[in-house]
Each structure stands twice: as structure tokens, then as C-alpha cells.
Design a protein around this ligand. Sequence first.
Ligand SMILES: [Fe+2]
Length: 272
Amino acid sequence: MLIAQLSDPHIDLERPHKAAAFGEAVRHLLGLPMRPDALIITGDCTEHGHPDEYGEFQALLRPLPMPVYLVPGNHDDRAEMLRRFPAPAGALPGFLQYVVDDFAVRLIGLDTQIPGQGRGELDAGRLEWLDARLSEAPERPTLIFMHHAPLKTGVQVMDALGLDGSAELCETLLRHPQVARIVTGHVHMALTQRFAHTTVMTCPGTDATLQPDLSQPRKMVVQYQPPVCLLHAWSEATDLLTFTSLIGDVPWTVLHDGQTWAPAQPGAPLRS
Ligand SMILES: [Fe+2]
């Protein structure tokens, strides 16, 4: 079983390089030697949540033969996503939060969005739903995917946009050791951290992958790096293994040195 993950395409019709980068990521998936069984996209599918942006996003996904599973990010419009990507049966009403039971690893998408805010949350209702779903299948290895990450990055700009309810999520997951991984987006960096009995991994964005400088935690030093996708592979022999696959042939470009933005940058300052 192979589940591919992309994140944070931030499709923006005013800045077409974002759609071009996402199109490159889709072509990358089609060219992999092993075809993924499914693709998960961990939020911020669009920059502004406009219907036209979702139209472009859907058009870019069309060449993919495998099912695509989404959760909303802080830049998304949940209602528009639910119209275009209906949640499966059993989803939490009013949210894009659901279980996929079609693979060797059970997939659970969590909706961490607070409409209109950069921060995310898992409130009591969303966590109770998660607790009930995990109680249904305690023997099945499970991968949770969501937008906001339950960790501190050390970059203050990012941590101001963190996840409320992380401690309560940790308490919930301590009761369910079958959760093999939590994977997220949002931070535009590749981070790994322990969490309850499991591991959190963040997937960089197809639009912008950042390189933090932890010696300057109040500033966000922003460099473009080559975008990546994560490939989550499971077998009896290996359990859940995550590979990082570099997309395209992109040179490293410094966009912000901690003092000023470079003059010629492809697009406006980055937001998350
Ligand atoms: Fe985000």
C-alpha cells in the first residue's frame, strides 16, 4: 500500500506559478515507479477559497487515476470544498472529517479549520468523533491526516498559527496506540516530532518549502527549497515507512535573509 501526500498548493489565479508548481507535483506522482493507491492533500488547496481557484485545483487533479482525499486548511473555504469534494458516509456532519477504510492502513482525515482564522482547532466534538472512530478498529494501523500540526516549530510566526486542542488530542491518542502516524501540512517545512504513542510528520508545500533559522525565532527566514511529496508505504514486513520524494529540478533560492526580501521573487511574501 502506498499513500502519496502533497500539501499547501495555495492555488491563486493572480499568481499562476502556484498552479504550475502543483501541476508539476501531479506529473511527478504520475511518473513515480510505484503508482500510489491514493493521494492525500493536507489543506490550503487554494489561497483565498474562491470557487475559481477550486476549479483550477480540480482541473489540475484530473489526470490522476487514484482517489484523492482532502482536508481544509486555514486558507480554504470548507463549504466550497464540501460542495466539490463531498465527504464520505459517516463523516462528521458539517465538517470535512471522515474515515477511509479501503486500504491496509485506515485513513482518518481531521478538519482543524476555524473559518476566517489562521489558527486551527480540534474542539470537543471533533475529538469525540475521533475517539469513537478509533475505538471501532483498535487492531488496524491508522494514519491521521490534517492541516494544522500539533507541535511547536520554534518559528514564532508559525507557532502563532498553531493548533488549539493539541493536549486533548494527545490524551485521546494515548488511548489508541494503533495510530502509526499523524501527517499534516501548514508549516511549509519537513518536521518530525513524537506525539503520544505516535509520530507527527509535516509535509512541505508544493508552492513553497521553507528553511527556518532557529537562531532568529522572531523572524521567519524564508528560502525556497525544492518541493517534495511524502510517500507513506505500508507492508507487513516494514510497517508504515515514509519516503521523501523530491519534485522537479529547482535550484535553492534565498528569498529572505532575515532582514529583507530579495528584490526579484516569484510572488508576494509567503503566508501560511
Ligand atoms: Fe495553512
